[in-house]
Design a protein around this ligand. Structure first.
Ligand SMILES: [Zn+2]
Length: 221
């Protein structure tokens, strides 16, 4: 008896019960952007900054706030490398090189290696901060597989560096300023989270973004 008009009340409910339906439908729509398909040319900024396990970077015990504080601390070191160069006693940054700094941290947060963009200094098109830091970290550990390390860099990695990060099996990437023109971690491409690749690091973008952007803006001014 009551089951007979069910289809019609269902239809009426969809049109008439808008307010009730909105509240009920919301959880079903709230999908994790990281789980959605990665489309070429389509950034997935929603996935950046999501809270991950953090076990590989020794942060499993930390909550979201503790992890963010650690990332900011590490980013300040990368920023220092960007501004002053890898070593205070070294050749120092050239006036021509874009100030980008990268640091590789090992398990437990030990600093393994740093790199600063040296493209102009060395005339090497691949001498980006990330590549140099990855090379030095691998050299120090005596292995190419850096699957227990975290890469921290002041600027969103380009396609080359994102490729190197994937090849090194880096599990966690923390970057500062977004780079809409060449960024390959969500801006222009999303190499780091491309589901077609079998290795996809956790990515935390926009860490100390204002400070990092200010350094770059000052350079280009
Ligand atoms: Zn690069």
């Amino acid at each position: 008896m009551a089951s007979d008009p069910a289809p019609s009340t269902g239809g009426a409910g969809l049109t008439g019960g808008g307010s009730a339906a909105a509240g009920a439908a919301e959880p079903a729509d709230a999908t994790d952007p990281a789980l959605g398909p990665v489309r070429p040319g389509q950034p997935t900024p929603g996935a950046v900054g999501r809270v991950g396990p953090g076990a590989a970077e020794g942060l499993a015990e930390l909550d979201g706030t503790g992890r963010r504080q650690r990332h900011e601390l590490w980013m300040r070191r990368a920023l220092q490398v960007a501004v002053t160069g890898p070593e205070p006693a070294g050749p120092g940054p050239t006036a021509d090189d874009v100030p980008v700094g990268a640091v590789v941290y090992g398990p437990g947060g030990v600093e393994l290696a740093v790199g600063r963009n040296e493209r102009e200094l060395t005339g090497d098109p691949t001498a980006h901060a990330e590549v140099l830091a990855l090379r030095r970290a691998a050299e120090r550990l005596g292995r190419w597989r850096l699957d227990d390390c975290t890469l921290v860099v002041t600027l969103e990695p380009c396609t080359m560096c994102a490729g190197a990060i994937v090849l090194a099996r880096i599990p966690t990437v923390v970057f500062g300023a977004w780079e809409p023109k060449t960024g390959a971690a969500g801006s222009l491409w999303d190499v780091l989270r491309d589901r077609r690749l079998n290795h996809r690091p956790e990515v935390y973008g926009g860490v100390l973004e204002a400070e990092n952007s200010a350094v770059l803006r000052a350079f280009f001014r």
